[in-house]
Design a protein around this ligand. Sequence first.
Ligand SMILES: Nc1ncnc2c1ncn2[C@@H]1O[C@H](COP(=O)(O)OP(=O)(O)O)[C@@H](O)[C@H]1O
Ligand SMILES: C[C@@](O)(CCOP(=O)(O)O)CC(=O)O
Ligand SMILES: [Mg+2]
Length: 328
Amino acid sequence: MTVSSAPGKVYLFGEHAVVYGEPAVPCAIERRARVTVEARDDDRLRVEAKDLTLDGFTVEYSSGADEQPDVNVPTPLVEAAMGYVDGAIEQARDAADTPDAGFDMTVESDIPLGAGLGSSAAVVVAAIDAAARELDCDLTTEEVAGRAYRVEHEVQDGQASRADTFCSAMGGAVRVEGDDCTRIDDVPNLPFVVGYDGGAGDTGELVAGVRALRDEYDFAADTVEAIGDVVREGEQALADDDVPSVGKLMNFDHGLLSALGVSSRSLDAMVWAARDAGAMGAKLTGAGGGGCIVALDDTPATETALSYTPGCEAAFRAELDREGVRAE
Ligand SMILES: Nc1ncnc2c1ncn2[C@@H]1O[C@H](COP(=O)(O)OP(=O)(O)O)[C@@H](O)[C@H]1O
Ligand SMILES: C[C@@](O)(CCOP(=O)(O)O)CC(=O)O
Ligand SMILES: [Mg+2]
């Protein structure tokens, strides 16, 4: 039996624009997905995803060549989950050169699904690491990140950046621009507060929506480039330990993401509640459409204000997690 875990993340800035080659800075947070795998004697795959509940039922499925999941209600949620898990297993089989390896796998996660905290990347990264190690194949962290990116790229219909998967694999704050992925050392203390509306957005759909706007309007393409400018300015603020300026740039980034149509009423309500409470900055994180915002505040005011904000289901502090994927 082999167990690996990998962290979720918040975007300090740069989501969406990173898909088109602009830089982004995601930061791993201390919330993890844990994947347990055990090799089987046959080539079957049995997955228990403890957090994937549909109408109160836990989804449990086996996946083989032509097999559908063992649930009587096929849903896009189950199909997407199969895409991530099957993709991760495929990568581990390929890495270990054992195309017929079968597994029993259990997924447990503290990261809300589809909420912009990178649950998909954390699950894929942890699953590849655990399954490869179960097959006695030791991959470097960079190899795990690269293989996880291929899985996200496929599930998101060919539109994904390396940001989520690299951040989850490496941990800490990272910088991603196209294929160029690096860790940022010496980041100042970033007092993250997360607000969660209990909802989710469909990453593939939201990315496709931004692409369509960008293709239709030059000013939407300019907006994507402007996000890149905000990120470059933000990197300078980070290097200068100027956290108030980081906050101001997060606010600007949220406005640009909102112009691209990926915010929502509840995300905006949480962003304004955080700003009114005195947060240095607040923005949606990840694909948007619903899910989470991230704010910067070293006082308890933002967390308290969010907990009283209609539409905010949970508010919590998130610490930067300097550790990426790890064996448990
Ligand atoms: N605990 C889990 N078990 C199984 N699949 C999961 C789990 N967490 C996330 N996933 C997969 O990741 C998808 C969410 O990914 P995505 O839409 O990219 O949002 P995010 O990465 O922001 O959470 C889920 O719909 C599911 O397919
Ligand atoms: C919108 C995007 O930039 C980030 C998506 O993050 P998440 O899956 O919502 O956590 C897409 C990507 O980078 O692949
Ligand atoms: Mg994701």
